[in-house]
Write a protein that binds this ligand. Structure first.
Ligand code: GLN
Length: 538
């Protein structure tokens, strides 16, 4: 079996949703029984995303195998309901460190090492190697950035070369702006982008057009003309409130069958099976579009202006609301804004049916998060703490129930009177990249706890990404005061889940949001929304 390739490239501007398009195409092919997986290329020179600021780059996504990857992996996994691993992420940093290592070993002896052929060959070899090892029918390659960026030029050249050896279909995601009061759709920027792409030796087989409103016939005709494709290959991708509908929207335009044909493949699952998977996906989309009763969930963090920093949290809430049959309104609450007066904080949190404090690093906004947690605990508002949100749940309890004044995490106060959260011996890392507690870790859950009820299992494994731990020295004291330790990692004797007794409040050291899928909402989020729904009487 020879793997076929789909290369998705963006033009004009970033943020058009190449990840969603790539995930949607992979989903449609999978529904047809074709084994299709996405690989993402990012041109920056970081080795991985682990050292990037979420405020600039969006959330850092973590895979089972400890890889810290681009947030698009969240879309891939959420759409495909599959676990990917780090080899599906290729960065400029990885490519150049491999090339330089080879050069130092003498693998290129006598030659000057060049972008063409050496870097391009390395890339095509890498991509075809991953495709082969995973026995893929189709590999989708999403090229980060936009065509014309210095960062991805060598990668685009490699894709051009790949196309001379393998079956490759190029997809261009572009933007069609609307001008003036009449909203005329303008194709000139796309025409220029297509010309630039063709100069690089890339001829897209399909052009997907992002636009505010439906793509008009005139615009479609023009794009088709300039791209030398049939009008059917120019696809509408208008704005939508529900990203999970994108595969269905592409399907309605026949892109799945056109693509399969262009790749020289045939659908593998019968029509009946295909229709069944489409129907079940559609009903999940309908469930999250629910417009009836709603719950209000507050996400309290320091990056709330950039929703991408908490993309997986927002999606996990959406999936769980769909499962619970309620609509959901996410309120983004900047934790720093809760740090002023108590009255003001209470006003801001009023009317909220559930609070989530997500993961985070650094001191800024932490006191506001603690205020939100205290508010949740004392007002019986359902609470879910994710990683930092769990560590702060312990700090809040130590301060306000155990009355340990000055309790804190040593991440924020290295000289804290009570070091409730601390770095364990052996966890101090000289280098920052790839040295946190990462990837899948198991936990044993105590029976009779809320966590046990949620998971319905005594042993779980979840993805992690953090450096600090609940200090075991205070475990007994917290427990005696009523904070339940409901799960631990036995190998290292680490606290994994904490919970309150009186009302719904769970904190987990893991990042369950990374494992929630439309087809498999995460149990902790399902329980949070269920509790929020009960509170709201929704
Ligand atoms: N900053 C905390 C730690 O390093 C929490 C990390 C997180 O929330 N991902 O342990």
């Amino acid at each position: 079996m020879q793997t076929k390739y789909i290369v998705v490239m963006g033009s004009l501007l970033s943020g058009l949703g190449k990840g969603i398009i790539t995930a949607s195409l992979a989903k449609l092919l999978s529904m047809h029984g074709i084994k299709a997986m996405p690989l993402k290329f990012d041109g920056y020179l970081n080795y991985d995303c682990g050292t990037m600021n979420p405020f600039r780059h969006g959330e850092v996504f973590v895979l089972d195998d400890k890889s810290e990857v681009d947030m698009d992996f969240g879309n891939y996994e959420r759409f495909l309901n599959t676990d990917l691993n780090g080899e599906f992420s290729l960065t400029g940093g990885k490519i150049f460190s491999a090339i330089i290592e080879k050069e130092r070993k003498g693998d290129f002896l006598g030659n000057d090492v060049q972008f063409v052929p050496h870097v391009a060959d390395y890339i095509t070899g890498y991509v075809t190697g991953v495709a082969k090892r995973n026995k893929l029918d189709v590999m989708l390659i999403e090229v980060g950035g936009t065509v014309g960026d210095i960062e991805n030029g060598y990668f685009i050249e490699a894709m051009r070369e790949l196309a001379s050896e393998e079956k490759v279909v190029f997809v261009n995601l572009t933007y069609i702006p609307e001008l003036g009061a009449v909203g005329e759709q303008k194709t000139k920027p796309t025409q220029i982008a297509l010309r630039n792409m063709m100069q690089l030796g890339i001829r897209p087989g399909f052009i997907i057009c992002r636009s505010e409103k439906a793509l008009g016939e005139a615009a479609k005709k023009k794009v088709a003309l300039f791209a030398n494709v049939d009008e059917g290959a120019v696809i509408d991708d208008r704005d939508s409130d529900n990203i999970y509908r994108t595969p269905l929207h592409l399907l309605d335009q026949g892109l799945d069958r056109m693509m399969i044909k262009a790749l020289g493949l045939k659908p593998k699952s019968g029509d009946k099976l295909f229709r069944k998977s489409v129907a079940s996906w559609r009903s999940l989309c309908d469930a999250i579009d629910k417009n009836g009763s709603r719950v209000n969930i507050g996400i309290v963090g320091k990056y709330t202006q950039l929703h991408d920093a908490y993309a997986s949290v927002k999606e996990a809430i959406t999936h769980a609301a769909g499962r619970n049959g309620v609509g959901v309104e996410v309120r983004w609450i900047d934790s720093e804004s809760l740090e002023g007066s108590r009255d003001n904080a209470e006003k801001m949190l009023e009317g909220i049916d559930g609070i989530v404090v997500p993961g985070g690093f650094g001191k800024r906004g932490v006191e506001g998060m603690i205020t939100a947690i205290q508010y949740a605990r004392t007002n019986g508002v359902p609470y879910l703490g994710l990683c930092l949100g769990m560590q702060l749940m312990a700090v809040e309890y130590a301060r306000n129930v155990c009355m340990l004044k000055g309790a804190n995490s040593t991440e924020f106060d290295p000289k804290a009177a009570y070091k409730i959260v601390d770095m364990l011996p052996g966890q101090e890392a000289a280098a920052k990249g790839g040295t946190m507690r990462l990837g899948l870790w198991t936990a044993d859950i105590m029976k009779g706890t809320e966590a046990h009820r949620a998971y319905g299992s005594e042993r779980i494994s979840e993805r992690h990404r953090h450096r600090y731990e609940i200090n075991n020295h205070y475990r007994k004291r917290l427990a005696e005061a009523g904070l339940v330790v409901s799960a631990i990692n036995r190998d290292r004797d680490l606290v994994e889940i904490l919970e309150w007794k009186g009302s719904f409040g769970i904190g987990t050291q893991a990042h369950p949001e990374l494992e929630s899928r439309l087809e498999r909402p995460h149990p902790l989020f399902i329980s949070l929304i269920k509790a929020a729904k009960a509170r709201a009487g929704a």
